[in-house]
Structure formats: C-alpha cells, structure tokens
Design a protein around this ligand. Structure first.
Ligand SMILES: Nc1nc2c(c(=O)[nH]1)N[C@H]1C(S)=C(S)[C@@H](COP(=O)(O)O)O[C@H]1N2
Ligand SMILES: [Mo]
Length: 372
C-alpha cells in the first residue's frame, strides 16, 4: 500500500485487529449458517434430511442460536468493516487477476453479509419492507455469502497468519496500543450487548434485560400470538358448533367433534413453541397423541401426515409432520394449554404441537389430518 495511505490510517485499524475481529465474526457466521440450514431443511426437507424428535429443546436452542449469532455478527461486521475501511479504497482498485479476485470476493461478501444480517434482523422483528419472499432469498444468499467468504479466507490466509502471530496489543506502548485495545474491547462488548438484547426471547433468565425481545411471554395463557383467529379469518368457523376434524388414514376417513376428541385418551407434554423468529416459550400441552388418533381411524404404516387449518391459503394453512414425529409419544393434537382449554388465538378447537419443530409448522385451528 502506498505510504501516503498507510500514514493516514489510524493504528487501531491494524491487520491484527481486523484478523481477530474477523475470527469472532467467522465463528458467529458459522453458527448462524449451520443453524439456518437446519431450520430451512426442517421446513423444506430434502430426501436425505432427517431431524430427530428428541431432545424436545433441540430446535429451540438451534433457532435461538441462529438469531443470537446473527445479531451478534452485526456489531462485529461493523467493527471489521471499520478496521479495514481505508484499505477498501487502496489503489490500484483492480490490478492483477488475484487482486481482482480478492476485490470481487470482498464486494460480494460485504454485500451479501449486510443483506443477510439486515433482512434476518427485520424478519425477526416481523417487519417486511421488501417485495421478495424472505425465506428463499435469505436461503439463496447464504450460499453466496459462504462462497465469497471461502474465497476471501483462502486469499487472506497468509495475511491472517502473520497478523495473528503478532500480539494485537503490543507490550511496547506505541501510539496504537491503547486504541487497538479499545477497538477490540468495544467490538466484544457491543457483540455481547447485542446478544443479550435478543437472548431473552428464548433464555428465560435473561427475559427482563432483553430489550429487543418483546415477544417472549405476553399473550393469552402465557404465550405470544403471531396471528390471531380474527387476522387469520377463522374466528367464526373455529367456534361453529358444526366444527369437525376430518382424519384420513389410507382409505378410511372419520370425523371428530371437539367433544369426541376430548373423550379419547389424553396425554400431557411439556413442549416449547419455538418460532423461526427466535422467540420460544415452554408450555404444558394436553390432547390426543397423533399416533393414537391415526390408530383410531386406520392402520398407520408410515409416511408424512399432512395437517390442514381452517385458515385458507398462505404459508400457515398446512404443514407436513414426518414419520419420525408422527410416532413420537409427545406429538399431540392439543386441546388444552397450561391447564385451560386452548384459547381461540392459540388454535381452538385444536392444534398440532410436536417436539423440535419450528413454530410455523405447529398448525393452529386444524380442519383435517391426512396420511396417504
Ligand atoms: N393456521 C395457522 N397456524 C399457525 C400460524 C398461523 O398464522 N396460522 N402461525 C404459526 C407460527 S409462525 C407460530 S410461531 C405459531 C405460534 O403459535 P401461537 O400463536 O399459539 O403462539 O403458530 C403457528 N401456527
Ligand atoms: Mo412463527
């Protein structure tokens, strides 16, 4: 780099700082990527994908980690960009092919990272100021970001290696020492504050100090509600005396009133409701085991069970329960929540609740269950 540029750069903007913040950022991004892929595959399972039904907290922890690591990555990315900022404009901008590759990968990397973190954050706040479909775009861009990161790491490995060999804060008190310590400390502190600010939506002990975790314990029966019965347009049919749950197993079909469901053997399970947005709350659910209800209608011989809601159309109107979860003893058609009849907004007359599933797949206001 020309001496003129180097001279103007604050000593805190050293490769020693950039490399160290980069490692923390890399860890956060790796956790975010893996947990994000898991959540995506549960919702859109490829043929090879298998997800266990136990321990029941698995998805809650995985998705909590996804949102927390994503939020933690935001201040780390800002500090990382700050620490290398003047170098982004070092000349020549283009230069030889390797340099060009490095430049190009950084442009794609920075762009895709900012996109992922911003859309993810807004999504977890249920704010959608864009026109594309969040899930597919967020998923596709994850691969772009990881590809660019791989190229960036490969190109930068020698620089990172040298930078890490030197202490970030050198013992001889040159002018950069204090500022480097401040920058590193600030990066870690900001990341910690950001993490704690959202962690409370899934870590009960942190609930009170988590200012960015508003949807953690509010709503009827101690559980938040994302969409009410009125918003879903089901309030009338859910309370209709003519309500029936239609259950089909192979060639056989049966209809159940809510009273008929309540007359079947009931099971209680303590299961978290864990939304993809990162909040999760554990609750006591009572109802009929999915496998028992299917067994009451016909012979379940394997495969997905498809659940449909009284709600028409859209993302939430149906979900598929894989075989590993159909047979689980704590996969329930819930009639009761925390000792009371299910609130209308939580899915009355009945809803699906199964372990280790994203909230979006826990279909409320069931109208039918089908195994073909
Ligand atoms: N029919 C239907 N089921 C639904 C939804 C919905 O909007 N409609 N929301 C889903 C989402 S995203 C979550 S997180 C949980 C929330 O359940 P709760 O409202 O009882 O807390 O229900 C799921 N089931
Ligand atoms: Mo959700």
């Amino acid at each position: 780099m020309p001496a003129a540029v180097t001279a103007r750069i604050s000593p805190a903007r050293s490769t020693a700082v950039a490399a160290r913040v980069g490692i923390l950022l890399g860890i956060a991004v790796a956790i975010c990527l893996v947990t994000g892929l898991i959540s995506h595959w549960i919702q859109h399972p490829p043929a090879w994908f298998w997800w266990p039904a136990h321990p029941v907290w698995l998805y809650r922890v995985s998705q909590g980690a996804h949102v927390i690591s994503g939020v933690v990555a935001i201040p780390l990315l800002i500090v990382k960009l700050w620490s290398v900022f003047p170098r982004l404009f070092a000349r020549p901008i283009l230069g030889n092919p390797l340099h060009l590759l490095e430049r190009g990968s950084i442009a794609v990397l920075v762009g895709s990272m900012i996109f992922q973190l911003v859309t993810g954050l807004l999504n977890s706040a249920q704010y959608y100021p864009w026109r594309f479909f969040f899930t597919t775009t967020h998923y596709a861009l994850a691969y772009v970001a990881i590809g660019a990161l791989a190229v960036h790491l490969a190109v930068k490995l020698p620089v990172v290696h040298t930078a890490l060999a030197r202490p970030a804060v050198e013992p001889s008190a040159d002018s950069g020492t204090a500022s480097r310590r401040v920058v590193l400390g600030a990066a870690v502190a900001a990341a910690a504050v950001a993490g704690v600010a959202v962690a409370g939506q899934t870590v009960p002990l942190l609930r009170r100090i988590s200012v960015l975790a508003p949807r953690s314990g509010e709503g009827p029966q101690g559980l938040p509600v994302n969409r009410t019965a009125v918003e879903a347009g089901v309030a009338e049919r859910a309370r209709d005396a003519a309500y029936r749950l239609t259950v089909t197993v192979g060639e056989r079909t049966a209809e159940f009133t809510r009273d008929a469901l309540a007359a079947l053997p009931q099971t209680t399970a303590t299961l978290p409701l864990a939304c993809v947005e990162g909040w999760s709350v554990s609750a006591d659910w009572s109802g009929i085991r999915v496998r028992d209800l299917l067994g009451a209608v016909g012979d379940y011989t394997g495969g997905d069970a498809v659940f449909r809601s009284l709600e028409q159309g859209g993302l939430y109107s149906r979900s598929a329960l894989p075989e590993s979860h159909v047979v689980a003893a704590d996969s329930l058609i819930a009639l009761r929540l925390n000792g009371e009849d299910l609130d209308l907004d939580h899915g009355y007359p009945c809803r699906l609740i199964a372990p280790t599933r994203p909230g979006v797949l826990q279909t409320k206001w069931l109208s039918s269950i089908e195994v073909r």
